[in-house]
Write a protein that binds this ligand. Sequence first.
Ligand code: TNX
Length: 531
Amino acid sequence: MNIIPFPRNLKLSNEETVSLDGTWRIVANNNDVSTIAEWFVTQIKALSGRTFAESSVQVITLRIDPLLHVDLDTTGNRADGRSLAREAHRIEIAPARITVSGVTPEAVFRGATTLLHMMVHNEPISAGTIEDAPRFGWRGLSMDVVRTFHPVKTVKKVIDLLALYKMNVLHLHLTDSEGWRFPVPDYPLLTEISGKTARDGRPGDSYSRQEYADILNYAAERFITVVPEFDSPGHTASVLRAYPELAQDDIHAMPEAMRYLHPDQPGVVELLRAVYLEMDHVHPGAFLHVGGDEAIAMDEDTFRRYMEQALPLARETGKHIVAWQETARAGFSPGDLMQLWMSPHTIARVQAAVENPESSPMMQSFPDPDVRDGFIKLILQMPEDLPKALSQGANIIFSEAHLLYLDTKYVEPSLNQTQKAQHARVGLPEMVYGNGTVVDSYDWDPATVKPGLPIERMAGIEAAIWCETIVDEEDLFFQLLPRFPGVAEKAWSDNRSWDDYQPRLTAQRSMWETLGLPYFVSSAVWSSGDA
Ligand code: TNX
């Protein structure tokens, strides 16, 4: 069965097969699931051209059953703060009769998604029962809409991709040094000035309140929670361009990568409060992402004092905190989530470079020695962040770059010659995070991947797609596919082997082609016969 992520519990008959051919009727047992039935019909049409009939002896029923019990554990945290049991569902498959039951509309939606995969591939399947619930409550993608601005229609395509693979969190990286995308009524210049800029002179833009509401609705209809990030105190050159009076005197003389918000500067606390309140006001989810990464020019004490102001302000909104791992140096509280991102390869490489600077190309590759030294200091402290955060009571979102940064360059070639130039142009070079092939990016188990990180302290798994080298929607999907479904499977399914996964992954391409989504024709996934 070409289902990704693979269901956790299948009880299928060896004797009886069910053909999904022919015309089906779809029935919803209550109003909450009738919109899911409509979504299902639209998706099947888009993915396979099939339509449903008003009357047919073959019936799919979508139903809510609040008492349904599925014997599968989900660990971690949910971005909407609700019960981890909300996605549990059962699919009963019999000739001419398929029933999807779930404890909530969301659970029915996830089950219907499994059925969608089965019907699109349209192979006969065994009769029986699938019971399913995710391994982790937090299954996300962090999307950088700053380095390259992605319009609403692109964000919606990404949301559709998340839904297709049962992901439930879209973390939007809305602010960074290159630009600002989220409207804050009390600080209009953030979008009026920094809304217009992006990386490398690309045109910027920002979401209007209406457009942003449209994104949130579209995500909510697919049971995806949007987690907004205001990244500070580093990554804030865009704030200081819009409001130069918020910068301490010496800041504007620094390279952009070093500029930061200073905790003692008049006006900084007011800006933080206004941004957090607006993000809280707009987002129904339970979390705010406050950034905290790469404040490379700040000394430890100033960083700590900054975070000791920022974190309580963010909590005052009533939301919980997510922050990048460096925030552990200031201190998390129980209920917060730390996002672990730094690749162990990078740490090892920096340690080696420090010991032996002459032979390290990395040491020479920084244009500015202060940036280099700030970066080295930052990286050398990374190994302590995880134990600190755990002892502070935070759960961990696992996002280590070598496995989960989908903007890293594919290391294997494409089978398609016409992708050569794009492959050369797009993606962070391999030396940055030490990523491997598409096989390597799948070949790990959350339970054992990180020494010192017990699985019961994992909130879940989040991939990231940074957009320094990604300049448009075409590049975006080129980098998301084919690695993205593997992330979804790590986050939903019990551990499975590459050999089990590969045929299911190779079968996905027809869906992507139908949807018009570009993908990298990895030679680690497909063989030259099917290029
Ligand atoms: C580090 S990952 C960053 C981002 C960059 C990314 C890729 C993280 C928390 N910060 O600002 O886009 O590397 O270069």
